[in-house]
Design a protein around this ligand. Structure first.
Ligand SMILES: [Zn+2]
Length: 285
C-alpha cells in the first residue's frame, strides 16, 4: 500500500507566531521524540490555521484537519496519535498559560479519536429504522462515506473482504466484484453507486478508511441526538443492520432490502393466498 501523505497544497511554511512560541515552550519543558513535535508542527501548518492562535481553536477546527487525514488514507492509529498529542499539548498550555487557555479549552478533543474498538458480534446491535433513514440521507454528503457504508449495509460482507469490493474490481457483466478467486455479487444500489464513483477523480475507499467513516456516521447521529448514550457504530452493527432489513426471496433466494419496490405480492395458482416475492423473479424460476 502506498504511504499516506498530506496534500502539500494545504500546508503553509510558517506557523502563526503565538503557536510557534507555545510549541517552543513545550519542546523546552517536555521530552518527547522528534516525530512527536513534528506531528504538532504539521498540524499548525495546515493552511486554515495560518492566522489563528491555538487558544481560539474550537473542536470543529481540529475536526477539519482530521478529516483531511482520513480522506488521505492515514491509518486510524496514526490519526488517533495526532489527537492524543494535541490533547497533551493543550493540557500543558492550560497549566502554563491559564490566562490564555481556559480549563474547558478543547475539553472534548479525545472524543474525535476514531479507533473505536470493534465490538464483538454478540455485543453489537442493528441500527433502528429511524437511525438508518437518517444515515441514508447523511451519507449522500460524502461519496466515500456512502460507498463504505453501502458496501457493508447492502452486501453484508465480511470485513476482511472489503478490499475485494473496490471499484477497480467491479465486473459489470457479472454484477460482481472479482479479485483472485473471490467473487462478491452486488445489487443495483451498488451498481448505481459505482457509476457515480467512476466520475470522481481519485476516488479511494480502502480498509484503512472504514473506521473513520463509520465514526463520522456515529458523530452525525450523536449531533442529532439519535444515539443512545455510549452507543458506538462499528462494522458489526452495520452487519446486524443488514440482517435486520434484508430478506431472502423465498422463490429465487436473492437477498433484498425491505423497500416496497423490491417486493410484489404473488397469488399462487393453488389457492388465493398472496405471498411476498421479490420483484426481480416475480415468482418465476
Ligand atoms: Zn426472487
Amino acid at each position: 500500500m502506498e504511504k499516506a501523505s498530506f496534500p502539500k497544497e494545504l500546508l503553509t511554511k510558517v506557523i502563526e507566531s503565538n503557536n510557534k512560541i507555545w510549541i517552543e515552550q513545550y519542546k523546552t519543558m517536555t521530552n518527547f521524540s522528534k516525530g512527536y513535535y513534528q506531528k504538532l508542527e504539521n498540524f499548525f501548518r495546515f493552511h486554515k490555521f495560518t492566522n489563528k492562535p491555538f487558544n481560539l481553536f474550537v473542536l470543529k477546527d481540529v475536526e477539519e484537519y482530521i478529516e483531511v487525514l482520513f480522506d488521505n488514507d492515514y491509518a486510524p492509529n496514526l490519526i488517533d496519535s495526532v489527537i492524543s498529542n494535541l490533547s497533551s499539548f493543550k493540557n500543558f498550555l492550560i497549566v502554563q498559560y491559564p490566562d490564555n487557555f481556559s480549563q474547558s479549552f478543547l475539553s472534548n478533543i479525545l472524543s474525535l479519536k476514531i479507533g473505536t474498538k470493534e465490538k464483538k458480534y454478540a455485543e453489537s446491535r442493528p441500527l433502528t429504522y429511524k437511525q438508518l433513514t437518517h444515515i441514508k440521507q447523511y451519507i449522500k454528503s460524502n461519496i466515500r462515506t456512502e460507498y463504505i457504508f453501502n458496501v457493508f449495509y447492502q452486501l453484508g460482507i465480511d470485513k476482511k473482504n472489503f478490499h475485494v469490493c473496490s471499484p477497480n474490481n467491479a465486473v459489470r457483466e457479472k454484477n460482481s466484484f472479482v479479485k483472485e478467486n473471490i467473487e462478491i455479487e452486488f445489487n443495483f444500489v451498488i451498481a448505481e453507486l459505482l457509476t457515480r464513483v467512476m466520475l470522481e477523480p481519485n476516488f479511494k475507499a480502502t480498509p484503512n478508511m472504514i473506521s473513520a467513516h463509520l465514526k463520522k456516521i456515529q458523530m452525525y447521529l450523536s449531533d442529532n441526538n439519535l444515539l443512545e448514550e455510549d452507543q458506538t457504530i462499528t462494522y458489526n452493527d452495520i452487519i446486524k443492520t443488514h440482517e435486520r432489513f434484508f430478506f431472502i426471496c423465498p422463490n429465487c433466494d436473492r437477498k433484498k432490502e425491505n423497500i416496497s419496490s423490491n417486493w410484489i405480492l404473488v397469488k399462487t395458482s393453488i389457492n388465493n393466498e398472496l405471498q411476498l416475492i421479490c420483484s426481480e423473479c416475480k415468482g418465476q424460476l
